[in-house]
Design a protein around this ligand. Structure first.
Ligand SMILES: [Zn+2]
Length: 241
């Protein structure tokens, strides 16, 4: 079993770990800071280094309770102590993007009571689908203003762990379908953009909304009745419009 250190600390940039298996370009460790693809967030990249060797991590996947680091380079013997480092530029961009998507979900819910139906993210760009039918007048400008106002408000973002029974009673978590989390999960991780949006979530997020940068709607697409797709991009803070 690999312990997922990023669940408690999304800002750790390196850690030591022990090799539990290594074969065929795949390294498994007892713990890692590298995010494995899941929950809509793509994997991290990084490096694994030890006395006498190193490997570049090009993909990270969950396999049961283990995390598989797909690597190019050397393979360490089982039991070796290694240092894992995350490619921080990519990770931080994904944290900005993931947090921006939660802000978008929050403002759309608050303003129109409309749910998200799907999405996808890449560093500094993403798309998200909402069940609008039809789209409200002036929608593009309105969400641009609302999201950027939440970024300017620099709301704190809190990560918490709740017993399942408690999470199932939380109105915000009910809205975001906490009941769909498999029953064997007894502790629910929550990401709370305080005062705006609270979800059961396993992703990595910023510590406050102010670090997202400037939000821009790149495109809005009609994906059929009751399904509108918002494509967004993020710019660095202070970049002029
Ligand atoms: Zn999320």
């Amino acid at each position: 079993m690999t312990e997922l250190l990023y669940l408690k600390d999304a800002f750790a940039t390196s850690t030591t770990a022990a090799v539990t298996s290594a074969a065929g370009g795949v390294i498994v460790l007892d713990q890692t800071i590298l995010y494995a693809t899941g929950g809509g967030q793509p994997h991290d990249t990084g490096k694994i280094v030890w006395d006498g060797g190193s490997a570049t991590v090009t993909d990270v996947r969950k396999k049961g309770t283990n995390v598989e680091h797909i690597c190019e380079g050397d393979l360490p013997p089982v039991g070796t102590e290694v240092t894992v480092t995350v490619d921080w530029d990519r990770r931080h961009q994904l944290m900005r993007t993931h947090t921006a998507l939660h802000i978008l979900c929050g403002v759309i819910w608050n303003e129109w009571g409309v749910q998200v139906t799907g999405g996808n993210m890449e560093p500094l760009k993403a798309r998200m689908d909402f069940e609008f039918n039809p789209l409200p007048e002036g929608f593009r400008d309105r969400i641009t203003d609302l999201v950027n106002a939440e970024i300017a408000a620099d709301r704190p973002i809190a990560v918490d762990f709740l017993p399942r029974g408690e999470a199932l009673l939380d109105a915000d978590l009910i809205r975001t379908k906490v009941n769909l989390i498999p029953e064997f999960v007894t502790e629910i991780r929550t990401v709370d953009i305080v005062g705006l949006d609270k979800q059961a979530d396993g992703g990595t997020h910023l510590a406050s909304t102010g670090d997202v940068g400037r939000f821009e709607v790149a495109k809005i697409e009609n994906k059929g009745k009751g399904n509108k797709r918002v494509r967004m991009v993020l710019h660095d803070r202070g970049t002029p419009e």
